[in-house]
Write a protein of this length. Structure first.
Length: 201
């Protein structure tokens, strides 16, 4: 599997041209790896059909999982169905932090409760160093900001959803590799987890 939801996070990244709150650049919520709550109205059955079709299309192009832009778009949409509202948590969190920031020589430590979750802010002793953690209403950390960069953390629900998509995709990609027509593949039942991962792909 190319995507590793089990590692729980995406490395620290800087985003430019995204607007800012209190001098802190916002993440790019359109980025393929930044998930935020969005209900598409697509049923799980329709998603499974789209995932299988994408796998067959990717096999034909010699692509696999996140090497395919179609896969990445589908993963973002599929995962965002169960994502916390990161955009609201981060923007309201930054506004809360900016409202409480003070220029004092000692470090600042703020812990604020928000509508969608909580934010923890620390002003570290070394000048302009900010460290901010963002939590959803379930208490799971969903993002952090430090050293002018963002790290996104995968929630348990998102990790389960990503694993589910990869299982469906991997089985379909493997069937495409074996020459099984898409119509026959779609007629098959939901994949068995033991036979779903084609790690040699």
């Amino acid at each position: 599997m190319q995507i590793s939801p089990s590692n729980g996070s995406l490395q620290n990244r800087c985003f430019k041209g995204t607007g800012s709150i209190g001098g802190i650049h916002l993440p790019d919520f359109h980025d393929k790896y930044v998930f935020s709550k969005k209900k598409s109205g697509i049923s799980d059955k329709e998603y499974r059909r789209q995932i299988r079709e994408q796998a067959y299309e990717d096999f034909a192009k010699g692509q696999f999982q996140n090497k395919s832009e179609g896969f990445n778009r589908l993963m973002k949409s599929y995962t965002s169905e169960v994502s916390p509202d990161r955009k609201a948590i981060i923007t309201s969190g930054l506004k809360a932090v900016c409202g409480n920031r003070r220029s004092v020589p000692k470090p600042i430590d703020i812990f604020a409760t928000l509508l969608e979750g909580k934010v923890k802010y620390q002003k570290l002793p070394s000048g302009n160093s900010d460290y901010i953690e963002f939590y959803d209403k379930n208490g799971e950390m969903v993002a952090s900001y430090s050293n002018n960069g963002w790290t996104m953390y995968t929630t348990n629900a998102e990790a389960a959803r990503q694993t589910e998509m990869c299982m469906i995709y991997n089985q379909a990609w493997g069937n495409a590799k074996r020459g099984i027509p898409l119509a026959d593949e779609e007629a098959a039942s939901v994949p068995d987890s033991q036979n779903s991962f084609d790690t040699k792909a």
